[in-house]
Write a protein that binds this ligand. Structure first.
Ligand code: CUA
Length: 187
C-alpha cells in the first residue's frame, strides 16, 4: 500500500463516521421536536393566547388581585378560578385549595420581581412577571397535596419561597365554598 491510498482509506473512514454522527444528530433533533410536540398537544402546555396586564404597584389597592379576592372561587359554570400573587418571598395565598376532577384556572401575577409558579405533578409551570397576568389551566385527578416552589431565582430568600396546593374531594370543596366566597386552606 502506498502512502497515497493509505491516506484515501483514512479519509473514507472519517467521512463514514462523520455521516453516521450527522445522522444521529438529526435523529436526536427529530426526537426532541417530536417530544415537545407531544407534550404541547397532549398535556396542553400552551402559551396563553393573549396578554393581560396588572399594575404591580396597585395590586393591593384595587382590581382582581386585592387580598380579599385571592384564593379559589367557583364560577357559574362550575369551574374554579384561583387567584394568587407572588412576592419576595412568599405566595398569597400560601396554601391553595382546589377540588378534584374540576377544571381549574390559575390567574397569578407578581407584586415585585419575576417569580416562578410551579405545581409539582401538574402541567403548571410558568413565570410570574410583574405587570402581567399568567393564566394556566389544569385539572387535578385525585385528592393530594402538591408542593408549589418558586422556580425562578428572585433574591436571597428564593430558596424559602414555597406554597402548597391541596386537592380535596369535590363535595367537601363545595361545602367549604358555601360558607366563603374565596377559599384558601388556612381559612
Ligand atoms: Cu420567588 Cu424565587
Amino acid at each position: 500500500m502506498t502512502l497515497e491510498s493509505d491516506h484515501n482509506a483514512g479519509a473514507d473512514v472519517a467521512a463514514r463516521i462523520e455521516r453516521r454522527w450527522a445522522t444521529l444528530s438529526i435523529a436526536i433533533v427529530g426526537l426532541l421536536t417530536g417530544m415537545a410536540a407531544v407534550i404541547g398537544i397532549h398535556q396542553a402546555t400552551m402559551p396563553q393566547g393573549h396578554v393581560e396586564t396588572a399594575d404591580p404597584k396597585t395590586l393591593h389597592l384595587s382590581g382582581e388581585f386585592v387580598e380579599s379576592n385571592l384564593g379559589s372561587a367557583v364560577e357559574p359554570d362550575g369551574s374554579v378560578t384561583v387567584r394568587a400573587i407572588g412576592q419576595q418571598y412568599s405566595f398569597t395565598p400560601q396554601c391553595i385549595v382546589v377540588p378534584e376532577g374540576t377544571p381549574v384556572t390559575f390567574r397569578a401575577t407578581s407584586a415585585d420581581v419575576v417569580h416562578g409558579l410551579l405545581i409539582e405533578g401538574t402541567n403548571i409551570n410558568t413565570m410570574l412577571v410583574p405587570g402581567y397576568v399568567s393564566v394556566l389551566q389544569t385539572q387535578f385527578k385525585a385528592p393530594a397535596e402538591h408542593a408549589m416552589p418558586c422556580q425562578e431565582f428572585c433574591g436571597i430568600g428564593h430558596q424559602g419561597m414555597w406554597g402548597k396546593v391541596k386537592v380535596v374531594d369535590k363535595a367537601a370543596f363545595l361545602t367549604m365554598t358555601a360558607a366563603r366566597r374565596r377559599l384558601t386552606c388556612v381559612d
